[in-house]
Design a binder for this molecule. Structure first.
Ligand SMILES: *[C@@H]1O[C@H](CO)[C@@H](O)[C@H](O)[C@H]1NC(C)=O
Ligand SMILES: *[C@@H]1O[C@H](CO)[C@@H](O)[C@H](O)[C@H]1NC(C)=O
Ligand SMILES: *[C@@H]1O[C@H](CO)[C@@H](O)[C@H](O)[C@H]1NC(C)=O
Ligand SMILES: *[C@@H]1O[C@H](CO)[C@@H](O)[C@H](O)[C@H]1NC(C)=O
Ligand SMILES: *[C@@H]1O[C@H](CO)[C@@H](O)[C@H](O)[C@H]1NC(C)=O
Ligand SMILES: *[C@@H]1O[C@H](CO)[C@@H](O)[C@H](O)[C@H]1NC(C)=O
Ligand SMILES: *[C@@H]1O[C@H](CO)[C@@H](O)[C@H](O)[C@H]1NC(C)=O
Ligand SMILES: *[C@@H]1O[C@H](CO)[C@@H](O)[C@H](O)[C@H]1NC(C)=O
Length: 475
């Protein structure tokens, strides 16, 4: 997770952690065997994945002659220069090629569309693809990958998918394609910690617009929210193939992992909404089982960074164990009806065009809110723009898991660790008999406290960001 947080979130996290420790103490018989079994992680994982899918986990041998032929950029896995990448992206976004349409037929207006936001963490993406490959009914879905990095290995991985229709879209305002200009970092931009008075004297680009904590924009922290808003606009309003689509769009990220029955559960939830919950307009398939906040306010940011470096192992290794999960699946059938809360219900979200039109109409609230987190911005929309707040139906036994141990901006040595992945697979295996439920039971959850959010987390004070974001909705 990559977000700033504040006191109530952190105390929420603490309660959460305590809760899980309590669960573990009460329900688990401690045995070291699970951990020893993980010693050879890759062997464990391969043994859990059908052999026909091993190809998605195996990097292709690099084409040496290619690399020698043209200078491969060490920063990004590509041999193209920026001009060429921009050209490719423009073409690709124009052509809107759908792979495998010949095999799986055209998109129906009620088919499930899955859109995955992809940065550069290919190891996680491989596992997400393996999980999608095993999902029932995936062959009728359209799987869209939305990239903010042009990466030849990722492209060839995505294009090797053979179990459903696939499409790639490329976020055109990326830092990769704008390394020295906005939305990337312009050499004339004010540096993050510059005081406003000094900035005004220096006349750096964005001098009048620090965020509400007095900091100037950091390009890499703005990209995720821009990308999220762009891809939502793209999928609902700018693709030819979705023009008549009225079904659900599921929002995933590269470090998610889905259960085999996630589409089944999604449809069941959708039907349950229609009969029993007219106010529900967002479905949520995930639950955070471990929550770790990377960013608090600016000072804590620094501190956390230091802590993380010293105690990487403690922070990165899940302190809970997935063995606790099967207990959730004994009540698989349970769903909660609750006001949508950004920090709890932002994973494995799905909604249709009706909901999107409400959100889209609030683009100013989303784009001008001084918070670089897309989900907090959406919560702002929900509370201050919509006539009725977003309402979620949330499945208690998660069907979407977060396997990324490290956030987008936190590349550490053991980020490629696959420990969580094998744990998720073990959970799903032991919960097998409880997957594919035939009905759901509803629980209504009223939040204890009023969850009015205070001021935003900052990082989004720059007018250029507001305009770029709003421009994505304009057409
Ligand atoms: C782990 O398993 C793989 C595949 O079976 C094998 O190639 C590798 O040598 C093993 N590694 C260790 C450290 O045992
Ligand atoms: C490597 O790249 C060259 C030139 O693009 C191509 O001719 C050759 O077939 C490639 N080899 C492999 C193993 O992909
Ligand atoms: C690689 O890409 C980065 C960012 O676009 C650029 O700054 C750098 O000069 C490139 N390096 C090479 C060798 O092309
Ligand atoms: C990028 O590559 C193209 C074709 O290889 C070349 O014509 C162009 O000059 C290159 N641009 C830059 C900025 O290096
Ligand atoms: C979906 O398409 C079918 C025919 O292909 C049509 O009968 C139906 O009305 C459409 N549904 C919506 C909601 O547009
Ligand atoms: C959408 O519906 C219109 C009118 O029914 C039809 O002409 C068009 O071909 C449809 N487009 C797609 C992509 O299905
Ligand atoms: C879209 O979702 C809304 C709830 O937000 C629901 O009322 C509506 O029936 C859904 N539309 C379709 C075509 O399923
Ligand atoms: C769109 O949002 C505005 C506020 O920005 C609100 O006044 C208006 O009622 C909304 N329209 C619809 C159709 O929801």
């Amino acid at each position: 997770m990559r977000r700033k947080s504040n006191m109530w979130i952190r105390s929420g996290v603490a309660v959460f952690v305590v809760f899980f420790v309590w669960l573990q103490l009460n329900f688990l018989s401690y045995s070291g065997s699970a951990d020893t079994a993980d010693l050879n992680e890759s062997a464990t994982i391969f043994s859990m994945v059908p052999s026909v899918l091993h190809k998605f986990l195996t990097p292709r041998p690099r084409n040496v002659s290619n690399i020698n032929g043209s200078a491969t950029n060490a920063t990004y896995r590509t041999s193209l220069n920026i001009t060429e990448i921009k050209k490719f992206i423009a073409q690709c976004n124009l052509q809107q090629t759908i792979y495998n349409e010949d095999l799986f037929g055209p998109l129906q207006n009620d088919s499930v569309i899955i859109i995955v936001q992809v940065h550069d963490r290919i190891t996680y993406l491989r596992h997400l693809i393996v999980s999608l490959a095993q999902a029932q009914d995936i062959s009728q879905a359209l799987l869209i990958f939305s990239h903010d990095i042009f990466d030849e290995e990722i492209n060839s991985l995505v294009q090797s998918i053979d179990f459903c229709k696939v499409m790639q879209v490329f976020y055109p305002f990326s830092i990769q394609t704008h390394p020295n200009e906005f939305p990337g970092e312009d050499p004339n931009d004010c540096s993050r910690n510059l005081k406003r008075d000094e900035a005004l004297v220096q006349k750096c680009n964005n001098a009048p617009y620090p965020d509400l904590y007095g900091h100037y924009r950091e390009a890499k922290f703005t990209q995720t929210k821009h990308h999220w808003w762009w891809k939502a606009n793209r999928v609902f309003n700018q693709l030819e193939v979705t023009r008549n689509h009225t079904g659900l769009v599921v929002f995933l990220e590269e470090d998610h992992f889905v259960a085999q029955d996630f589409i089944h559960v999604l449809k069941l939830m959708d039907n349950t909404c229609k009969t029993s919950c007219p106010q529900c307009n967002i479905l949520s398939l995930g639950t955070y089982l471990k929550t770790f906040s990377y960013y608090a306010d600016s000072k804590k940011k620094e501190l956390l960074r230091a802590i993380k470096q010293q105690a990487t192992v403690n922070v990165m290794q899940p302190s809970w164990t997935f063995q606790v999960l099967p207990s959730l699946y004994q009540h698989t059938q349970k769903v909660e009806i609750t006001p949508w809360i950004s920090s709890k219900h932002n994973m494995g979200m799905a909604f249709n065009r009706t909901t999107w039109n409400l959100i889209r109409n609030c683009s100013e609230f989303f784009c001008k809110y001084d918070d670089y987190n897309w989900d907090w911005s959406l919560q702002h929309v929900s509370q201050y723009c919509l006539k009725q707040r977003l309402h979620a139906m949330v499945i208690r036994g998660p069907r979407v898991f977060h396997i990324g141990e490290c956030g987008v901006h936190h590349k550490k040595n053991n980020c490629e660790s696959t420990g969580v992945i094998s744990k998720v697979q073990k959970v799903l295996k032991s919960a097998k008999n409880h997957l594919f439920p035939s009905y759901l039971t509803l629980t209504y959850v009223t939040p204890l406290k009023k969850t009015k959010i205070r001021k935003g987390n900052g990082g989004w004070g720059d007018r250029r960001d507001h305009m770029l974001c709003i421009g994505m909705t304009a057409r």
